[in-house]
Design a protein around this ligand. Sequence first.
Ligand code: GLN
Length: 324
Amino acid sequence: MAAPAPGPVAHGGATVGTLVRDAAARLAAAGSGSPHLDAELLAGHVLGVDRAGVFAAGEAQVGPVQAAAFEAAVARREANEPIAYIRGFREFHGLALAADARALIPRPETELLVDAAVAEVAARLAGAPRPAGSPPLRIADVGTGTGAIALAMLAALRKRRMDGHVMVLATDASPEALQLARENAAGHGLADPARLEFAEVDLLPAGVSGLDMVCANLPYVKTADMASLAPDLAWEPRSALDGGRDGLDVIRRLLLRLPGVLARGGVALLEIGADQGASIAEAVADVLPGWRCTVAVDLAGLPRVARVEYGPHAERGPHAERGA
Ligand code: GLN
């Protein structure tokens, strides 16, 4: 039997632990808000292990190929490139979604919108028996970006054997983003044209109507706030973030479309910024008289998902109480 292969050759004695510590110091100096986490994630990415694996490998020596790959990744992060773009994916609602400069990186707060959308579909399917041959619930994800909302919703519904009852239209004005969304759909086995359609369009195609639900995480950052955002955000498409003077320009344009596109009883679930709970209600009162707007808070207790539907303001649905 051959002797065991020698371990990786030491290069200046660099162990995983030393490289990670040095990288964390560099990233702290470069202004990262989470230098240790960043260094561990990048080391895990290069070594092909998770963070626990990075700790476990602390004393192991790093070979030249991996050391060079790690150096390149750390240099990218020093230039503020987001970890998701360097690793090429981001976990969202249990899915590893491909992420790159073509689209906004999916954010954890948007998982709340997905949960609300799935609960809405479940409630609608439970509310009325659906005989065979019933048309599917029609749902739009407007400004789908990576496809995060549409795909996480479909994946969650598939787990519950409910995906056969929906048809999702995922739109984006950016052809590059839409291509990424298609790749993600294929990557998760969700590219079924009977369940999911894509459209390259500003908001929604002309002539769309009868939608049971419109979901959207549109740009909502105020233009004046764009300059003071964390430097990482400069790597993401500005068109996915900049929402104009009060941040609600694009959302307001979508609100104006709702009477034409929603079916009777249809609802819109819109992600908003933490400081927009009052301004979204004002915008709805302004452009959609007679419509109701309730706002659900996220896990941090901040306004996050606006629910907009036709109906009297006095009536408060269960959504309004969530997390309150
Ligand atoms: N939540 C994002 C951020 O400020 C904004 C996303 C958006 O504009 N839809 O990081």
